[in-house]
Design a protein around this ligand. Sequence first.
Ligand SMILES: Cc1cc2nc3c(=O)[nH]c(=O)nc-3n(C[C@H](O)[C@H](O)[C@H](O)COP(=O)(O)OP(=O)(O)OC[C@H]3O[C@@H](n4cnc5c(N)ncnc54)[C@H](O)[C@@H]3O)c2cc1C
Length: 420
Amino acid sequence: MSTNTLSITGLEDALKGILEEGGLLVEDGSHVVDGVKPRFTATPSAAAELAAVLACGNEHGAAIIPWGAGSSMLLGNVPERYDIALSTTRLDRVLEYEPADLTVTVEAGLTLAKLQALLNEQGQFLPIGGPPQATVGGLLAVGHGGPSQHAYGRPRDWLLGCRIALVDGTVVHTGGRVVKNVAGYDLSRMMVGSLGTLGVFVEVTLKVAPLPAREETLLITHADMIEACDAVRAAAKRGLALRATCVIENRAVYWLSGAASAVERTRRELNEAADGNKIERKDAEAGEQFWDALAVSDDAPELEVRASVPPSKATDALRQLEVFSQDLSLGIGTVAYPTIGILIARLSDSDVNAYANFIEQARQAAVDTGGSLVVTRASADLKARLDVWGESSALSLMRSLKEEFDPRSVLNPGRYVGSI
Ligand SMILES: Cc1cc2nc3c(=O)[nH]c(=O)nc-3n(C[C@H](O)[C@H](O)[C@H](O)COP(=O)(O)OP(=O)(O)OC[C@H]3O[C@@H](n4cnc5c(N)ncnc54)[C@H](O)[C@@H]3O)c2cc1C
């Protein structure tokens, strides 16, 4: 259904009837996605209100984009339609926190920074990275792992249960609050990484972890990037106390984390393996700033891609990215996470043709390894020429889930895999 057939007045009246004072605004340009501006911004202050907005959108054939902090809005294809930005910022309450159980239940609009501050007071944390303003709901909807995935796994591994608002206005509860209740396949896990195309997280219960006793970061300079990758993979095989590793240019970076004795042993072993290469050491605080800075790309590249490959193929895949960019005379900056098989490449100062060529070649190379490549940042012009997600063998399953949960394509229409 297109916006042409949508009664804007009818929609506005209906939304006014649902939302509290100040909860509905005519969009001022702050929730634009790929150049597409919605009519309204709805900011519900309770889960039931949010669900009613979804039902209203469904009834009126309006397209809705859930909006957390907006830090990952460049991810996804250009929206086909977009009438309402559905902000979760007022859903930011902490509902239950049991430090002894290592579980916390919060509303989905709570920011990562606020959640970490609360947990830190009890010597705990959520081992998922991301920009501090990111919301818990947005983090899970994107579902990408970050550097700490090396030791702590992916975001979905920390989700115990959730409440999800569906487009028919119902709010469903899935999973349990206690770790042992979580088993097998469920809706909450399906929601992770589905970019808010099936429903909207309104409440989530997360497992949390104790803060490590000691942390520091070591940066070891190698002859080149490939040698640095090999060093990181060799170190990871030795069972050291590492929370994360990455390679930036010719530097291998290690986030040492754990009991004091384990961190000291790891430092000693890495020093020995460095074999005279230059080593820079950052204490816990400076190290954390370093890893946080990786999550906040201030330089706003024109193109950013994220390749996932088997860790054993990461070095070759990285080499290929370098070759493709050189052949196309593209300046490239890469951050590689060889132990989890993630490669991020950022490119700027070129044109859409060169970028499209680069994406095609880099994607094929990732697919040839058994992996995939997602375009995580690109101009609307470039996105119009390709599917940012690439092909997926699970597309028909995804289509049937979409048909079941959102048959009128209300949520994030066109933005997900296969332009679902
Ligand atoms: C530079 C950078 C580094 C990052 N590093 C990490 C990392 O280390 N580890 C990691 O796990 N992730 C990382 N991320 C990804 C991170 O998960 C997202 O940036 C961020 O968490 C998204 O939160 P947000 O509130 O800004 O979401 P938004 O950008 O507002 O939304 C992102 C998507 O989720 C949908 N959405 C938003 N809220 C909800 C909801 N409540 N329910 C359903 N759908 C919703 C939106 O419609 C949109 O499609 C990184 C991102 C960036 C930009």
